[in-house]
Ligand binder design. Structure first.
Ligand SMILES: Nc1ncnc2c1ncn2[C@@H]1O[C@H](COP(=O)(O)OP(=O)(O)O)[C@@H](O)[C@H]1O
Ligand SMILES: *[C@@H]1O[C@H](CO)[C@@H](O)[C@H](O)[C@H]1NC(C)=O
Ligand SMILES: *[C@@H]1O[C@H](CO)[C@@H](O)[C@H](O)[C@H]1NC(C)=O
Ligand SMILES: *[C@@H]1O[C@H](CO)[C@@H](O)[C@H](O)[C@H]1NC(C)=O
Ligand SMILES: *[C@@H]1O[C@H](CO)[C@@H](O)[C@H](O)[C@H]1NC(C)=O
Ligand SMILES: *[C@@H]1O[C@H](CO)[C@@H](O)[C@H](O)[C@H]1NC(C)=O
Length: 313
């Protein structure tokens, strides 16, 4: 299991309403599809890593509530291990109500945090680090101090494990995670919140705040994504446009898919520029599918297509 990937973060319940258009407030509106899904950023990224062929484990807190059976089965169905997740009584899973608007492909999320506690440092330090080659952390403002201690634990106990960190929500405290990853994913929202209007400026700006040699990645929704690294004192930045399917079906978790595909490329030691193309390709394919099952085939289409769409910023 030495080549397994581990994602640390949240699992929640997503109640997903698929609608032809966005509802008008204070009206009664019928929708054709409603689904109950396992969600959460780290949890979704695990599904994608497993689809791409990685041995994958999720680490986060679980609630011993009526939804536990559903969550456990869904992880199993996606071949994601949850063997080290602590389970707590007397609490509920966080829940998101999601409206997928088929008309303009938006996803509107109302997230309800619950009394499910955040992962503690001791749950992490129980792991045998020899089992993993990559650990991805979902930056959560309520848990920044614990995540910093977990990363410190990895750095002190392993020379080989690579670490990626996702900074998503616009909370200043998440900036403390910037200098800690070998790969750092920073959302468009956090980039704009930090004063960077474009993905290129964001990557350049964040390279200076990250660990030497770190690969900084900023995904920018339908515009695509940019990545960069400081190589021998020079910032190398690449922008990649998004690839969209002919019909957009489900944009929920596009960012989680993008992150997982980029991590996959780095675990396999691909050049990060190729990783950026791959991540945009897989994220683009994902939004043409409902959920995450069925992504595997698109790894093959990428590998067999010559990619010459290099677009330096
Ligand atoms: N509407 C879209 N059209 C095409 N690609 C998209 C779209 N939305 C997201 N993507 C792809 O997914 C990647 C991640 O986007 P991001 O905005 O981080 O997703 P999220 O909405 O889940 O936060 C983008 O870099 C892009 O490649
Ligand atoms: C509802 O689901 C069906 C089958 O997956 C799909 O064809 C249809 O487009 C969906 N409707 C909306 C509004 O998303
Ligand atoms: C996961 O990420 C998306 C954007 O990529 C964000 O909108 C959503 O709120 C996140 N979910 C949770 C549970 O934090
Ligand atoms: C989605 O489409 C509706 C009308 O079709 C429009 O009013 C709304 O601004 C659009 N939303 C976004 C985020 O583009
Ligand atoms: C991890 O390592 C320990 C000790 O080497 C081993 O017992 C365990 O089965 C391994 N695998 C997992 C998935 O934890
Ligand atoms: C960076 O510098 C080192 C040492 O001078 C050199 O070996 C290496 O090839 C350089 N890398 C690039 C990408 O220029």
């Amino acid at each position: 299991m030495a080549n397994a990937s581990l994602c640390v973060g949240l699992v929640c319940i997503d109640i997903v309403a698929e609608s032809e258009r966005f509802p008008v407030e204070d009206t009664d509106h019928r929708i054709p599809n409603l689904s109950y899904r396992r969600g959460g950023n780290a949890s979704n990224s695990c599904s994608v890593l497993a689809q791409l062929g990685m041995k994958t484990e999720f680490l986060g807190t679980l609630s011993n509530s009526i939804q536990l059976d559903f969550i456990q089965r869904d992880f199993a169905e996606h071949s994601v291990s949850i063997e080290h997740c602590p389970i707590f009584p007397d609490c509920e899973f966080p829940t998101s109500i999601v409206i997928l608007n088929a008309c303009n492909s938006t996803r509107t999320i109302m997230h309800h945090p619950t009394n499910l506690q955040e992962l503690g440092v001791q749950h992490f330090t129980n792991l045998n680090l020899n089992n993993y080659s990559w650990i991805h952390f979902e930056g959560r403002s309520a848990n920044v101090d614990n995540i910093k201690q977990m990363i410190k634990f990895v750095r002190e106990n392993s020379k080989s494990i690579k670490i990626s960190v996702e900074i998503e929500k616009t909370r200043t405290v998440l900036g403390e995670l910037l200098p800690l990853g070998d790969v750092v994913f920073i959302s468009k929202e956090f980039s704009q919140f930090s004063g960077f209007p474009t993905m290129k400026e964001a990557v350049k700006g964040f390279i200076g705040l990250s660990r030497p040699g770190c690969i900084v990645v900023c995904a920018w929704g339908s515009e695509g994504a940019a990545a960069g690294q400081n190589v021998n004192g020079t910032d190398v930045v690449k922008c990649q446009s998004a690839s969209a399917p002919c019909r957009i079906i489900d944009t929920l978790g596009a960012g989680d898919t993008f992150n997982a595909a980029f991590v996959y490329s780095q675990i396999n030691l691909w050049d990060w520029k190729k990783g950026l193309e791959f991540a945009c390709h897989i994220a683009g394919c994902k939004i043409g599918l409902k959920g995450f099952l069925g992504l595997e085939q698109f790894k093959q289409t990428f590998l067999f297509e010559a990619s010459d769409n290099d677009s330096p910023c």
